[in-house]
Design a protein around this ligand. Structure first.
Ligand SMILES: *Cc1c(COP(=O)(O)O)cnc(C)c1O
Length: 442
């Protein structure tokens, strides 16, 4: 049964971020259904979804409360266009998110996927400056190792060679500043020292050409796709000050790190700041439906408010503000408050960190790190040939051990949904270690 779906998929489905030829050796798993933290294939084998299906699933698969909300919404309104019309789910979601930012980010603009939210923030920043008489502000700044999506505009502010190099000729150049990645610490430096050094790089650039720069875009606290690079919140506080001083917009891409992933609902809360644009997607719909949005300030909104159509923000997607997706998001936010999720995650995180101690101290592991519900470490594979296939070999071995884990290069990370019980936490740690040791041993 399973093998039939695999063969048919490989024939007709072009899978994302995949060299299809690798499936001659790497397994493709046909999922039949999901329940809680587990995915099940057609043969009844199960896999603990330890990366939340590409970081989107927060409260498990087939969550009863989200399912109930969607079934209710389905009989009310599946979709209506958001130009000229509005509806209850999109209004409630916008109000709740605004409340959660203390009404600093009181205007929500909707799209469907993360990359589109990034496109919106970039366009909105540029256009806001132009409407304000500063049409020269056209450049964007991103961080070394940044990832903001793979459409042409988002890829331009992404700094992952694998995704970017092939399409380089199509992209508008952005300016790249140093990453505050705490692993860059020199002898005797703390994570805060690295943050200060990286902020000084931003300061140099702003002093030289802030008049040309519209915005800096940052993944706050954890640069995820670039390899789970973590930095001190001080970096965000310092860059916020620089943005204020030099009149540059701050875009925080919380597509991966928002929705409680780093321990607070928004990652930027840990730095005590708010950006000018905040992008959300991935977990906001609980991992159910494509939904993204950009939250922004009154001042940005006012820059577009006019009788002139051309001064308006000229951007739309067919499924903008889809009611089903918004309803899934409302059900997701309700779970956060009903279940005291952020506090309970603190307990889960302590237990998993303790259970991972043997791995953290393994002689072939370096840079073990954790923030909120993200854990990562780098494998030491002295042989370059073996290092280049580490990720694929790890994935295959994980699958044999009932785990869905997909390292980024030599970086193994865990980003589980917020529903693991004690047994699942201990099992996840033990199996991750088993997989790591078998892959390292060859
Ligand atoms: C996943 C991701 C994106 C892109 O979102 P898509 O929905 O895949 O387009 C952008 N930024 C960050 C930080 C992400 O992790």
């Amino acid at each position: 049964m399973s093998q039939d779906w695999v063969a048919r998929s490989l024939k007709s489905v072009w899978h994302p971020c995949t060299q299809m030829q690798h499936h001659e050796t790497v397994p493709l798993i046909p999922v039949s259904h999901g329940r809680g933290a587990w995915l099940y294939d057609h043969d009844g084998k199960r896999y603990l979804d330890a990366i939340s299906s590409w970081w989107v699933n927060l409260f498990g698969h087939a969550n009863p409360r989200i399912n109930a909300a969607l079934k209710d919404q389905l009989d009310m309104l599946e979709h209506a266009m958001l130009a000229g019309f509005t509806h209850e789910p999109v209004v409630q979601l916008s109000e709740q998110l605004s409340d959660m930012t203390g009404n600093v980010l009181g205007h929500a603009f909707y799209a469907s996927d993360g990359a589109s939210a990034v496109e919106i923030a970039l366009k909105m920043s540029f256009h806001a400056w132009r409407n304000g008489g500063q049409a020269d502000k056209q450049e964007f700044v991103c961080l070394e190792g940044s990832y903001h999506g793979e459409t042409i505009g988002a890829l331009a502010v992404t700094d992952v060679a694998l995704f970017k190099d092939a399409y380089g000729p199509l992209l508008r150049a952005a300016r790249t500043v140093a990453s505050p990645d705490a692993r860059n610490a020199r002898e005797g430096e703390t994570a805060q020292d690295v943050a200060r050094r990286a902020a000084a790089d931003v300061q140099r650039l702003f002093e030289e050409r802030a008049g040309k720069i519209a915005a800096i875009i940052i993944e706050p606290l954890v640069q995820c796709a670039g390899g789970m690079a973590m930095h001190d919140p001080l970096y965000l506080t310092l860059v916020r000050e620089l943005c204020d001083r030099h009149q540059v917009h701050m875009i925080l891409d919380e597509i991966a790190v928002g929705c409680g992933r780093t321990g607070t609902f928004f990652a930027c809360e840990q730095a005590g700041i708010w950006p000018d644009f905040l992008c959300l997607s991935k977990g906001i719909s609980g991992g159910y439906l494509p939904l993204s949005l950009v939250l922004t300030r009154e001042q940005v909104y006012q820059a577009f408010y006019s009788t002139d159509v051309r001064r308006g923000f000229l951007h739309s997607h067919s499924y903008t503000g889809n009611p089903l997706a918004c309803r899934a998001a409302l059900a997701t936010l309700a779970i956060f408050s009903e279940d005291d999720v952020l506090n309970r995650n603190r307990v889960r995180a302590e237990r998993l960190t303790a259970a991972l101690a043997p791995l953290a101290n393994h002689e072939r592991v370096k840079n073990f790190r954790q923030r909120g519900m993200i854990w990562a470490f780098d494998a030491i594979e002295p042989d370059a040939g073996r290092a280049s296939t580490f990720s694929r070999r790890f994935f295959a071995s994980a699958v044999e051990n009932e785990l869905l884990l997909r390292p980024i290069g030599g970086t193994v990370y865990l980003m589980p949904p917020y529903v693991l019980n004690d047994g699942e936490i201990d099992g996840l740690a033990a199996r991750t270690r088993t997989v790591f040791e078998s892959v390292i041993a060859g």
